[in-house]
Design a protein around this ligand. Structure first.
Ligand code: B16
Ligand code: MG
Length: 228
């Protein structure tokens, strides 16, 4: 029997591989506080996977503040300074449980590995946590013009590893990221809370609970009809 199989994985970064999502939150909170309003973790949920520029627009709307385009550029840069300072001592210990083990397992079994992140800081984060060499291709905030839930970043990643969307599993912690994966025709694995990621093909609470065998079991399926 012929079996349809995935040939590669596209990993989101913040919240899937590295525990940096919390630092993004703290950096936005610091900026909000400097502007005179508060920002909490549940409001931050809407920013996961969203570009810096769009995140700032959302934050300013929450705080009821208006600024010129030039001032917004300064504020976005200030948030990034806060974030970069917070991650300046990042090392392998920032990797989320199970992430490196899964990457190594996929790599040694010959699966293609790409990054599909909205972050412009993705490459230095992969470098400082020591896992950059495991990636065949990096698609990040520097290579995209549209934010998730647009599938652009994942489509660039799939092209980069020369696979079709249907041959790649997108691993995502953000609802907008899962939406992007579905729009692009990718297989999807939600990493996090089931109710926030219910549109995904499958959801796990952590990559600690996932190995190659699990992925093969969940995503390799028999071809039941022939397309002519
Ligand atoms: P930066 P991901 C996203 O990364 C974050 O989830 C989101 O909170 C952040 O605003 C965005 O990157 C842009 O990051 O300011 O570093 O360019 O989850 O898509 O890996
Ligand atoms: Mg994420």
């Amino acid at each position: 029997m012929e079996v349809n199989t995935f040939k590669g994985c596209i990993f989101d970064l913040d919240g899937v591989i590295v525990d940096t999502a919390h630092f993004h939150y703290l950096a936005w909170k610091k900026l909000a506080n400097q502007l005179g309003f508060d920002f909490n973790e549940s409001q931050n949920e809407a920013l996961k996977g969203v570009s810096r520029k769009e995140s700032l627009e959302y934050l300013l709307q929450l705080g009821g503040r208006q600024f010129s385009e030039e001032e917004k550029m300064t504020l976005a840069a200030r948030k990034n300074d806060h974030y970069v300072e917070m991650i300046s001592n990042l090392d392998e210990s920032a990797l989320l449980p199970g992430a490196k083990k899964l990457l190594l397992e996929l790599k040694s079994a010959g699966y293609k590995i790409a990054l599909g992140s909205a972050s412009k800081n993705a490459r230095p984060v992969l470098e400082s946590t020591g896992i950059l060499p495991l990636f065949d291709f990096i698609a990040d905030g520097n290579s995209t013009s549209k934010s998730k839930p647009d599938p652009e970043v994942f489509l660039i990643a799939a092209t980069g590893i020369q696979l079709l969307p249907s041959e790649c599993i997108v691993l995502e912690d953000a609802q907008k990221g899962i939406e992007a994966a579905i729009k692009g025709g990718f297989l999807s694995l939600g990493v996090g809370e089931k109710n926030a990621l219910e549109q995904a093909d499958h959801v796990v609470s952590s990559l600690e609970n996932v190995d190659l065998k699990t992925l093969q079991h969940l995503y390799n399926f028999p071809i039941t009809s022939t397309i002519s």
